[in-house]
Unconditional design. Sequence first.
Length: 197
Amino acid sequence: MSFNVSNVLTRPGYTIRWLARAQPVGTVLVVFFTARLSVSVASYLWTQGPGTLMPIFDTVLMSTFWLAVYMILTAFLHLFATMFGGRGDPGALFWGLMLSEAPGMLATPGVMLALGFKLVIPELATLFGFFVFLGIFVWSVALKVFAVSNLYGISGGRALFAYFVAHGVQLVLAGMLAMLVPAVTMGWISYLALFAQ
């Protein structure tokens, strides 16, 4: 079996089975970073217009962020998929989650089409751009759920539930951390100010 990016988009079952056996780090990273770059370029084309270098920096920062998010999400998904009766390899799940970003590679061409609409039918350009991003998001989530279902041998409904519960737990923990860091920082500043006199 060989890898083809179009297989991620059109034949996800084939790709997931290949991924579970091969776990190709380099290939998955290339797909992941290419998709992130395409989404960054599309976002900047849509909001800023052409001629900016920010997508490169955005790609580096957001890719690092999403790698950390997928590591944490993999742990929670593995936990919940196992609780729902599945058995699978968390390593293959991590690569599957990253590979599910492949629809993002279509973001830049989709936004370029939407910008073309701006020249002809400006009223439809915003709507078309919205549907481009919405379609990519839904497709990516569907691939993630499909990966959980196939790699852990659970039904699509259980995989979807595990995915949303894992994301919910992740968001709650992120919110708690977002409140805890400023509180601890302010506490230390107050402590230092009190005893510095």
